[in-house]
Design a binder for this molecule. Structure first.
Ligand code: NAD
Ligand code: UDP
Length: 316
């Protein structure tokens, strides 16, 4: 691959999504600076990149200002699993808000284009279904999920104020539940939980009655969506939903994982966490129209690849 000459910063680059994004950017010829404080990410995820001549790693916390020469910034730094972001909620808000402020200030200084990894959590427990970008959401400002939801909402506000006030080129992408290889065994998210439980023969833990729904996007599709958003014309700021509209209940997901993994684990029910959204499904009309993007990997195919990844990991 011929170098593009472009220097791209990925914060949270050692995380699940960040490591896939760094890889994709290297593949297309960018020089990549990965910034991570290893709060949830590990060196293992980026180990194959460490010796690459166009890859650099900087251990740094985005709540602290940073000055580097870059042309483009993807801001992914933030724990994404509810278990992780609720572990130290004050730190989560600091990462969302101070992280956004510091990276926007950097983008303004360098006149760099900047993309924010926002989330479907900005819609909260939605009354509009599926969720289009013009829906303002229904978010509890004082609950256990608020550090993340409100932190991400505040980050979106900062992005749009920098755009209006300083003419900064921004992209705000609302990522819906994404899964795939390199999720962590113990991060508490539903896909990694169900698969590792099924492979170990442990009970599969469905929270509540399992009727709540989510819509899962395979990681390769998500990365294509992030790149398409970053490369879109300057006038397109988003917010734009990136996710797979194929919706199913958590009970159905548990059954699907058991079938695809050939596991004989049983399903057990545990209490539903507070403020757990009852439904979630992206309206992706805007991404289709403005980015020419849509997901390609069906759930069964993505789950089979993810199960193979965890099987190899657990066997090792
Ligand atoms: P992850 O936890 O695997 O990765 C986050 C990375 O950010 C980790 O490597 C972590 O060490 C790093 N980090 C955390 N705080 C930091 C800080 N203060 N300074 C520097 N680095 C820091 O999560 P992920 O699933 O890869 O998510 C990446 C981004 O995408 C997050 O911003 C998340 O909110 C967003 N997102 C993800 C999903 C999803 O389904 N995976 C859905 C919606 C939004
Ligand atoms: N969930 C579950 N069992 C688990 C983990 C999660 O039933 O072991 C449910 C959770 O209550 C939620 C859905 O699966 O309804 C998705 O949870 P996750 O933490 O992956 O992401 P969320 O979309 O809630 O941020």
């Amino acid at each position: 691959m011929r170098p593009s000459g472009q220097r791209t910063l990925v914060t949270g680059g050692a995380g699940f999504l960040g490591s896939h994004l760094c890889e994709a950017l290297i593949r297309r010829g960018d020089q990549v600076l990965c910034v991570d404080n290893f709060h949830t990410g590990t060196r293992d995820t980026i180990a194959p990149l460490l010796e690459h001549p166009r890859f650099e790693l900087l251990q740094h916390d985005v709540t602290v200002p940073l000055d580097v020469e870059v042309d483009r910034i993807f801001n992914l730094a933030c724990p994404a699993s509810p278990v992780h972001y609720q572990h130290d909620p004050v730190r989560t808000t600091r990462t969302c808000v101070l992280g956004a402020m510091n990276l926007l200030a950097l983008a303004e200084r360098r006149r760099a284009r900047i993309l924010q990894a926002s989330t479907s959590e900005v819609y909260g427990d939605p009354e509009v279904h599926p969720q289009p970008e013009h829906y303002w959401g229904r978010v509890n400002p004082t609950g256990l999920r608020s550090c993340y939801n409100e932190g991400k909402r505040c980050a979106e506000t900062l992005f749009f104020d920098y755009h209006r006030q300083y003419g900064l080129e921004i992209k705000v992408v609302r990522i819906f539940n994404t899964y795939g290889p390199r999720m962590y065994v113990d991060d508490g998210r539903v896909v990694s939980n169900f698969i590792t439980q099924a492979l170990r023969g442990d009970p599969v833990t469905v929270y509540g009655d399992g009727s709540q729904t989510r819509s899962f996007c395979y990681v390769d599709d998500l990365i294509d969506g992030l790149l398409a958003a970053m490369d879109s014309p300057a006038a397109f700021t988003g917010p734009v939903n990136i996710g797979n509209p194929d919706e199913l209940s958590m009970r159905a997901l548990a059954e699907r994982v058991l079938r695809l993994s050939g596991s004989s684990s049983r399903i057990v029910h545990q209490p539903l966490p507070p403020d757990d959204p009852k439904v979630r499904r992206p309206d992706i009309a805007l991404a289709r129209k403005n980015l020419g993007w849509q997901p390609r990997v069906p759930l069964d195919e993505g789950l089979a690849k993810t199960i193979a990844y965890f099987r190899a990991l657990l066997n090792a």
